[in-house]
Design a protein around this ligand. Sequence first.
Ligand SMILES: C[S@@+](CC[C@H](N)C(=O)[O-])C[C@H]1O[C@@H](n2cnc3c(N)ncnc32)[C@H](O)[C@@H]1O
Length: 189
Amino acid sequence: MLKQIISFAHELILQAVEPGETIIDATCGNGHDTVVLSKAVGVNGQVLAFDIQKQALRNTKQLLDKQDIRNVTLIHASHENIRFYLHEEDHGTLSGAIFNLGYLPGSDKSVITNANSTIKAMDTIVDFLKPGGLIVLVVYHGHPGGDEEKESLLKYLRTFNQKHFNVLKYGFINQKNHPPFILAVEKKK
Ligand SMILES: C[S@@+](CC[C@H](N)C(=O)[O-])C[C@H]1O[C@@H](n2cnc3c(N)ncnc32)[C@H](O)[C@@H]1O
């Protein structure tokens, strides 16, 4: 009955998206979230998918090509630069974003997301989000550096004004080994 972390992350984001909209995959990695987002926005929408590792973009491209998915723009850049890939007129139109934090599974565990760039990216996305838009973060924190990112994000998100945002934390508190959890930010209508 209780949704596992990734399924719940997808279920949440799907509720915020309408076909034809623009959505962000802030950490495309192996592309699994990118595929979900692509299907949600449909052929008339678009996904902007970021990663700092060429390998991640190659893996994502391979997955997208297999399914003949064409509404994704793959961007080899840090998500802290998202602003440069959006236009003035995109303000208030973005349906949301997914961040899957940590390192690329099966790859170099020292290349990880960090609080500074994650928060910078979130500041931009919040600014461009439509009313009812949603940012979902899947927070992995068992690796070196993960705990610092987690604590900084929690501190940052606690400052969001409840008049304008709902901020959710969802996770299993009886699992061993630093289980991942979800943080979600909804811009109120
Ligand atoms: C946990 S993986 C993402 C998994 C992916 N969502 C999937 O479905 O396979 C985290 C990814 O974040 C990327 N990353 C780390 N720092 C980043 C940054 N500043 N901007 C964009 N991507 C970043 C890593 O290269 C890695 O591929």
